[in-house]
Write a protein that binds this ligand. Structure first.
Ligand code: HAM
Length: 419
């Protein structure tokens, strides 16, 4: 019969890759917790309007990348393309702002965007998403970025670039928008069709266009940073001073606008030259009006999301993690030996010792090969002769040394060396 394959752009994560992911997630949990963050778990399906309003009608995500369907002729639902809008929906729905002035939340899970799949770009991908809701002080921006950099260094990542920008606020952004519209109108003929349309709908999106001739126009464009109001300027300077105090290197990139419309003031990305075209491991920024735009009070926020697939691909094999391996492999041959091994194996498992055996009746030699392939720390050899003589051979696979152990002491001996 014909085999059914996974949907294009939807990827299986197999062991030992899953061990690496668990290492990343455990490290995130530990680091985020010490910075005062709590986990939130939110649904993958939301009402479509949440993302239309949250991310912005004229973004690529909302215009062409969402998995949207009508649920039995009633609601329009969408598989979440990102987590920020959902976190805020939950924050408002459960009135978390009424309990605490500051909410520091993180969530890890799958997101869905119907982009063209390629290396580092999938239609189901995973994010580690972090949000701080409540404060607007630049110290908040600094604490979030410091935590992020600390997290990446705990994972042993090097050669990363932190790119930083400020997108201004409701005071100064309109002037910039006007400036950029005037500039773009002057070069309208040199822009691609999409960007010509963007002049009227969302001129900042032109900065993100990958078409070469648009890039050439943008290279001459006025810079956002030249339009910042005094408050935004001071906010941005304070953030930089905090990062300097911790010797965090960054590169100011006044052309970075980010692909979602909700950002105000601080925005940032971490990029690497090792990922080719999909060079952003993560992106984030401040969104001081998103909570209000989603129907809540005027509460500012800031956050970021890391692409887990991209992050994992940068962590080398065995760097701070190793594929799960048995502590013990029991190679048994003959009915009586297998029966004894089966009991021992499951008793040890119940005591928390990762133990493997096989029931296939293969030669002791091929079973030992399997123990080796599984990278087991120890092996027990139990054949008919060992049963007769009431002993087993306990082999240390790392040092290739072995000793005879009486069957009555075997379990205790293993527990002692495995702990
Ligand atoms: P974003 O820049 O759209 O931001 O996505 C963040 C990260 O998710 C990207 O840097 C990338 O690593 C990963 N990513 C995005 N699309 C894909 C894809 N198709 N395949 C693989 N990885 C992908 C956001 O989503 C914002 N919600 C971040 C944020 C949180 N801003 C404030 N709070």
């Amino acid at each position: 019969m014909e085999m059914i394959s996974a949907v294009r752009g939807f990827k299986d994560i197999l062991p030992p890759e899953t061990d690496k992911w668990r290492h990343i997630e455990n490290t995130a949990q530990a680091v985020f917790s010490s910075f005062g963050f709590n986990e939130i778990r939110i649904p993958v399906l939301e009402k479509t309007d949440l993302f239309r309003r949250g991310i912005g009608e004229s973004t690529d995500i909302v215009e062409k990348e969402m998995y949207t369907f009508t649920d039995r002729g009633e609601d329009s639902l969408t598989l979440r393309p990102e987590a920020t809008a959902s976190v805020i929906r939950a924050y408002l729905e459960h009135a978390l702002h009424g309990v605490e002035p500051v909410s520091k939340l993180y969530t890890i899970g799958p997101m869905f965007r119907r982009e063209r799949p390629q290396k580092g770009r999938y239609r189901q991908f995973h994010q580690i998403d972090v949000e701080i809701l409540g404060p607007d002080a630049p110290y908040t921006d600094a604490e979030l970025i410091l935590m992020l950099i600390h997290f990446l260094s705990r994972l042993g990542l090097k050669n990363l670039t932190l790119e930083l920008n400020s997108l201004g606020c409701a005071e100064c952004r309109p002037a910039f928008r006007e400036g950029i519209v005037q500039f773009l109108k002057g070069s309208e003929g040199e822009l691609c069709g999409d960007c010509q349309r963007r002049i009227g709908t969302n001129p900042l999106r032109v900065f993100d266009c990958k078409v070469e001739k648009c890039g050439a126009v943008i290279a001459q464009a006025p810079l956002l940073t030249d339009y910042l109001c005094t408050d935004c300027r001071e906010h941005f300077a304070k953030l930089q001073a905090c990062l300097d105090r911790f010797a965090v290197p960054y590169r100011l990139n006044p052309k970075m606008v980010r692909g979602l419309d909700y950002y105000t003031r601080t925005t940032f990305e971490v990029t690497t030259e090792f990922l080719g075209a999909q060079n952003a491991i993560l992106g984030g920024g401040r969104y001081d009006h998103l909570v209000r735009d989603l129907g809540g009070p005027d509460i500012p926020g800031i956050g970021f999301a890391i692409g887990l697939e991209r992050l994992a691909s940068l962590i080398p094999e065995q760097e701070g993690w190793s594929p799960a391996a048995p502590q013990l492999f029991i190679a048994a041959l003959g009915d009586r030996a297998v029966e004894k091994a089966f009991s021992l194996c499951n008793r040890l498992r119940m005591k928390g010792i990762r133990t493997e055996m096989d029931y296939g009746g293969r030669s002791l030699k091929s079973q030992m090969k399997r123990a080796d392939r599984l990278n087991s720390a120890y092996a027990v050899l139990l054949g008919e002769r060992e049963i007769e003589e009431n002993r087993a051979l306990l082999r240390n696979m790392r040092t290739s040394t072995q000793e005879q152990v009486g069957l009555d002491e075997l379990e205790e001996t293993i527990i002692k060396i495995a702990r």
